[in-house]
Design a protein around this ligand. Structure first.
Ligand SMILES: [Zn+2]
Ligand SMILES: [Zn+2]
Ligand SMILES: [Zn+2]
Ligand SMILES: [Zn+2]
Length: 105
């Protein structure tokens, strides 16, 4: 099983295993199973493949001055656009302390 582990440093600190059980993603908090994905047994953390393939940097129209970087949310912030709590992953601008969740990108 060890050999199947994949490292997704942007998403999660532990190696993850490919997982095709369709379930809610801890990445974006979307209830619908949108794709298969990767799972960390230690943390019971599941990320959709679709979300795990998000690019590290994006430009977003709501914040066109700087690019936003993909981060795991470490300080329980909310999305600057929809005001919902960020489940786990977000895009962040450190310069402006601006964050959007994966719903809004
Ligand atoms: Zn997701
Ligand atoms: Zn973990
Ligand atoms: Zn949002
Ligand atoms: Zn900014």
């Amino acid at each position: 099983m060890e050999s199947e582990e994949v490292s997704l440093p942007l998403i999660h600190e532990h190696p993850m295993i490919p997982w095709n059980d369709l379930r809610k993603g801890d990445c974006c908090g979307r209830l619908e199973a949108i794709s298969d994905g990767y799972y960390c047994k230690r943390c019971d953390f599941f990320v959709h493949r679709e979300c795990s393939e998000s690019s590290e940097f994006i430009k977003h129209p709501s914040h066109s001055v700087h690019s936003l970087q993909l981060r795991s949310n470490s300080h329980n912030n909310y999305c600057n656009l929809c005001r919902k709590d960020i489940t786990h992953l977000c895009y962040r601008c450190d310069i402006c302390d601006f964050e959007v969740d994966l719903y809004c990108v």
